[in-house]
Design a protein around this ligand. Structure first.
Ligand code: NAD
Ligand code: 6OD
Length: 488
């Protein structure tokens, strides 16, 4: 499998440019240095913002929605043409399975561009008529315009999926972009810049700067006064910092943040389907999906049987190299993140959890011992106030506890600072329907999880975020609307 380029550069005003300072890109599989990445200083970020601003008054600013849709389709085809290079980049940076990179990450990269190409073509307008006091028939219509310059700051857990989820609609609406991917996962963003370059986007429409958050590219970008709107996916605390930066100049923000999501399994659920579903929702991507279930509530009559089946399933998950046959789980993103997750493993012991399985680091006896692996882990026995039940771990771990009544489980699911999503497992659709409305979350899945229709609103409440993206909600966030009222 080909490796990402050894020195990843920024992409500014249609050129790949290096900067003096660099940092190492480390493989979480074995701790190897994969290559180096340029780190943008304030001057580099300033140049990117200037290039983006210039594009707004240049060729990009004059494109029609149809022309932009064509560009998006060309980008989608470009990703498809270089599909296996994208897979290699995602796998190298994250250690996830090749299968996941193919079926989820890169496939969604393509789909994000195709979806927003279609949506911007179909985006209708608003038109209203009224009779004015002088008897004239006045009409008003609404013009959709770009904000101008949009900063996109993205995380490491689903690097290409989450970056393109914002790049596609932002470009569709005519904005110029400066993207800042996570320092942990720079490779697929660099490939995306190559594909966008090959697609012939006017210079400055898409810019990419690499670097860290505080006192680095992320902070320089989000504090920049000439950035008109900021869209961010990542930790809630980082979101709060960016919100303070955005308050200067009263700039728009959209935030997709952390979660401490619940799965609720009722006694009437299809048992095997629910076990398989919770295994997926707790351990996919080694638990590093904002939508993962870290709190599992199981109706008491099936509690013991469910925990036993979940344990059996978790112990069967194959942890290994990304290209191994049948591998289910890769490493965490880094040793630093593993330290955080292991810290929660220790805290759970201190808080009195019963360890059902996992709780440690697998020993391989090969190069993977230099990586960032942990075992899939299940706890029971913690109270609702335990930190391990309240705080996002972002690893392959869940706490399972019994419940007795619908009202009780609604109260306990809602007793969280977060509110991203929930998954309900039941054959009783009336109950699912009723409870879904009572849950304080942005998304509820019933008898499924992470099944996405990209036209639906995506986002959370509380610490889980601000605003909604997806379908027309994305078009609304990435646009300014101007009302024109005509008295003929
Ligand atoms: P993070 O907040 O540490 O970093 C995300 C991005 O922000 C990175 O590019 C980072 O360099 C940048 N950044 C960090 N500090 C910054 C600052 N002060 N100013 C500007 N930029 C800054 O998050 P992470 O560790 O990369 O991602 C994991 C987190 O993301 C988890 O909490 C997870 O739940 C959340 N997440 C949420 C969603 C969602 O849709 N709700 C999706 C994916 C991940
Ligand atoms: O599927 C999506 O569009 C999306 N934003 C997923 C987020 C996953 C979080 O890790």
């Amino acid at each position: 499998m080909p490796h990402p380029a050894p020195l990843l550069r920024h992409y500014i005003g249609g050129e790949f440019v290096a900067s003096e300072k660099t940092f190492a890109n480390i493989s979480p599989v074995d701790g190897r240095v994969l290559g180096h990445v340029c780190e943008a200083d304030r001057g580099t970020v300033n140049r990117a913002v200037a290039a983006a601003r210039a594009a707004q008054v240049g060729a990009w600013g004059r494109t029609s929605a149809n022309e932009r849709a064509e560009f998006l389709l060309r980008i989608a085809s470009g990703i498809e043409r270089r599909f296996e290079e994208f897979v290699a980049a995602e796998v190298a940076d994250t250690g996830r399975s090749v299968k996941q990179a193919r079926t989820l990450d890169v496939a969604r990269g393509v789909q994000n561009f195709r979806t927003f190409a279609e949506l911007i073509r179909q985006a209708g307008g608003e038109f209203y008529e009224m009779r004015a006091a002088d008897g004239n028939d006045v009409f008003s219509y609404v013009v959709r315009k770009p904000h101008g310059v949009v900063a996109i700051v993205s995380p490491w857990n689903l690097p290409l999926l989450l970056l393109t989820w914002k790049v596609a609609p932002a470009l569709a609406c005519g904005n110029s972009i400066i993207a800042k991917p996570s320092e942990e996962t720079p490779s697929s963003a660099s490939l995306l810049a190559e594909v966008i370059d090959e697609a012939g986007l006017p210079a400055g429409a898409f810019n990419l700067v690499h670097g860290f958050g505080p006192d680095s590219a992320g902070e320089f970008l989000t504090r920049h006064a000439a950035v008109d709107a900021i869209t961010f996916t990542g930790e809630s605390r980082t979101g709060a910092t960016i919100m303070r930066a955005a308050a200067e100049g009263v700039r728009e923000v959209s935030f997709e943040l952390g979660g401490k999501n619940a799965a609720v399994v009722f006694a009437d659920a299809d048992f095997d389907q629910a076990v398989a579903g919770v295994l997926r929702s707790s351990f996919t991507n080694s638990g590093q999906v904002c939508l993962c279930s870290e709190r599992v509530y199981v109706e008491r009559p099936i509690f013991e049987r469910f925990v036993a089946a979940l344990k059996a399933g978790a112990e069967k998950l194959k942890i290994g190299y990304p290209d191994e046959d049948g591998v289910d789980m890769g490493p965490l993103i880094s040793r630093a993140h593993r330290d955080k997750v292991l810290g929660y493993f220790a805290l759970a012991r201190d808080e009195g959890a019963t360890l059902v399985c996992g709780g440690g680091v697998p020993a391989f006896g090969d190069a993977r011992d230099g990586g960032a692996y942990v075992q899939p882990t299940i706890w029971t026995g913690l109270g609702d106030d335990a930190r391990c039940v309240r705080e996002e771990v972002f690893g392959p771990v869940c706490h399972v506890s019994p419940f007795d009544a619908d009202d009780e489980v609604v109260r306990r699911v809602n007793d969280s600072d977060y509110g991203l999503c929930a998954a309900l497992w039941t054959r009783d659709l009336k109950r699912a329907h009723t409870l879904s409305r009572r849950l304080r979350v942005g998304m509820v899945w019933v008898n499924t999880w992470f099944l996405r229709d990209l036209r639906t609103p995506f986002g959370g409440v509380g610490l889980s975020g601000l605003g909604r993206e997806g379908g027309r909600h994305s078009l609304d966030f990435y646009s300014e609307l101007t009302t024109v009222c005509i008295n003929p």
